[in-house]
Design a protein around this ligand. Structure first.
Ligand SMILES: Cc1cc2nc3c(=O)[nH]c(=O)nc-3n(C[C@H](O)[C@H](O)[C@H](O)COP(=O)(O)OP(=O)(O)OC[C@H]3O[C@@H](n4cnc5c(N)ncnc54)[C@H](O)[C@@H]3O)c2cc1C
Length: 460
């Protein structure tokens, strides 16, 4: 690897020839938004940001950087929450080149026979959803950052989101991939065959690899038939045990459950304060469950819920959006408190209630903590924990929370990935043998460690 904080002249010339002058950004002010992540907790320094316009150009960019011994950081919408979308500070080492996929915006018509669509990596999630809808189909992955997150980013992180209970994680909605490997080689497997037992499944391997094995340039996605109109309800409960019972009762009903979310009182209060909306329920309960049921949109799917519970129900689009906002604006509301220590835990459902109570207790022992809140995807056992107070680089509370979650058989990342934020803790939920097997793949594909160094694996 070469060293330096600016891009070597010969490489800059090569990149300009490949991408065009206007797509090699070296001015520090122009680069700055690409160098800080959404959380503002993670930032780094790049030598340049390049914006190739097609897969061939991505391949040439990666090959040129590899030839110069310069590391590459793939970046989509920069909405990732684990510091994985930005480079490291690169003290001493040659700063990396950020390869932004945002110009890869090609999108093919929906194939009505297979119910699949092929899109380039820089298309936003919202555009994929809208394209599917316009053709009479539905893309099953949804999350609050849909207008900025790219489909390539969602595949690279195997994003989850609010509809996993109905349609699974991103990997379950993916049938093919095109990607540029760390030496610039392009692999393309976009036929979308449902049955294709021809060796290693590179599509699944690249999904969730967080940019460490290559740059995804296009994907083929499985679509679904649209579900029946829905009813949305916010229901007040006393604790996680009651929230889980409600979720299980909803799943046992006839109406498909499209989403089952949970938000604690701290999160509801914060959204009300930050976005100037009223409390959604009259009793201000300790926890609120959000259910969306595909019951035809007449509210009949909620008949199993006891009249004793405080509840707000929506069947029209505007009111549904208003109720969803209490959940969707959680990250934004916590971000208003400053730098947030964010956690994305996956806990076995049988242990979730006990773990949630214990976490609240554990975090209360840290005097640096000023705010603590929980929300998440309750049917998936996916709890997002937001903590304000500890300094940006203070990792004591981070380590304690992650270790506590794994003591319940949980995972330190349900859906956001490991990124830079949790690379030091990967060993908490992956054995030495598993990490060794993952490293062997990484070393075989990227022997010089130039593709996204410091993400997923701690830098040695
Ligand atoms: C308000 C908010 C809500 C969110 N809700 C959810 C949620 O419910 N569920 C969830 O899973 N996530 C959620 N996220 C996190 C984030 O939106 C997802 O991780 C998303 O998948 C990132 O997409 P992106 O295009 O912004 O990727 P980036 O942030 O740019 O990158 C994320 C990672 O993917 C890699 N990457 C990006 N594009 C490529 C590519 N083409 N090829 C190879 N690697 C690539 C990057 O190197 C990085 O490691 C949320 C974020 C915000 C801000």
């Amino acid at each position: 690897m070469t060293t330096g904080t600016t891009i070597p002249n010969f490489l800059a010339s090569q990149l300009r020839r490949i991408c065009g002058d206007g797509h090699v950004l070296t001015d520090p002010d122009v680069r700055a938004p690409f160098e800080t992540d959404w959380t503002r907790r993670f930032h780094g320094r790049s030598a340049a940001v390049v914006r190739p316009g097609n897969a061939q150009a991505v391949s040439e960019v990666v090959a040129a950087c590899a030839g110069a011994g310069v590391a590459v950081v793939p970046q989509g919408g920069n909405t990732g929450l684990v510091g994985g979308s930005v480079p490291a500070l690169a003290s001493g080492a040659q700063a990396a080149v950020i390869v932004s996929t945002r110009r890869l915006t090609g999108i093919k018509p929906v194939d009505p026979l297979s119910g699949q669509i092929t899109v380039q990596a820089g298309v936003t999630l919202a555009t994929v959803q809208a394209s599917a809808k316009a053709a009479g189909w539905l893309y099953g992955v949804d999350l609050a950052a849909r207008d900025s997150a790219t489909i390539g980013g969602t595949v690279a992180t195997n994003a989850g989101g609010t509809n996993v209970i109905a349609y699974g994680m991103t990997r379950a909605n993916l049938t093919g991939i095109e990607a540029v490997l760390p030496d610039g080689t392009v692999i393309s497997h976009l036929q979308g065959l449902l049955k294709d037992n021809t060796g290693y499944d590179l599509t699944s391997l690249l999904c969730g690899s967080e940019g460490t094995l290559g740059i995804i340039t296009a994907v083929r996605l499985r679509l679904h038939r649209p579900h029946a109109p829905t009813t949305v309800a916010l229901i007040g409960v006393s604790n996680f045990g009651q929230a889980l019972e409600l979720m299980a009762a909803a799943r046992a009903g006839a109406a498909p459950v499209i989403a089952a979310e949970v938000i604690d009182a701290a999160g509801i209060e914060l959204v009300c304060a930050v976005t100037d909306v009223p409390q959604p329920l009259t009793t201000h309960p300790p926890l609120v469950v959000l259910l969306e049921l595909a019951d035809g949109g007449d509210g009949q799917g909620l008949a199993f819920i006891s009249d004793d519970l405080d509840m707000a129900v929506a069947t029209d689009v505007a009111t549904k959006q208003r109720l969803w906002a209490y959940r969707e604006r959680q990250s934004e509301a916590y971000a208003s408190l400053g730098v947030i220590h964010k956690f994305d835990l996956s806990i076995p459902l049988a242990n979730l209630a006990q773990c949630a109570d214990g976490l609240r207790q554990l975090v209360s022992t840290f005097s640096s903590v000023t705010h603590f809140g929980m929300f998440g995807h309750i049917a998936d056992g996916n709890m997002h924990i937001e903590i304000a107070g500890p300094a940006r680089d203070d990792r004591d509370v981070d380590h304690a929370v992650l270790a506590y979650a794994t003591s319940f058989g949980g995972s330190i990342s349900a859906e956001h990935g490991i990124g830079r934020a949790k690379a030091d803790e990967l060993h908490l939920c992956r054995s030495a043998a598993e990490i060794g097997a993952m490293r062997a793949i990484k070393d075989a594909w990227d022997p010089r460690g130039l593709m996204h160094p410091g993400v997923l694996f701690a830098q040695t």
